[in-house]
Write a protein that binds this ligand. Structure first.
Ligand SMILES: [Zn+2]
Length: 103
């Protein structure tokens, strides 16, 4: 087995260190929109959350994204992101499995 470094990031909701691919990135774009970034490559300030809706709910409750993104995130934005989060969760889990197969 070839050794490889696993980049770790901290979930802004539960504060756990996790491999990057276990986390969903939320990005504040240069025009101040807050979006889920499944590719992890969008420009802007990023925050990471476990790929679990439970963690998103926790982030919403404690306003973790406001702090992580250094921007006030409106409740409506949290609601929208939560819907997006639920929508991408399956895709995210499927994508993760695909990545595992490649390695
Ligand atoms: Zn978490």
């Amino acid at each position: 087995m070839r050794p490889r470094k696993i980049p770790l990031r901290k979930c802004v909701a539960c504060q756990q260190m996790m491999p990057k691919k276990e986390l969903i990135r939320v990005v504040r774009t240069p025009d101040e929109a807050v979006l889920i970034d499944l590719t992890g490559k969008k420009a802007g300030r990023g925050a990471y959350l476990c790929g679990k809706v439970a963690c998103f709910k926790l982030a919403k409750k404690s306003k973790s994204l406001d702090r992580a993104l250094k921007q006030t995130v409106d409740t409506e934005i949290y609601d929208q992101l939560e819907q997006d989060f639920i929508a991408v969760e399956d895709e995210f889990i499927a994508g993760k499995d695909r990545v595992d197969d490649d390695e």
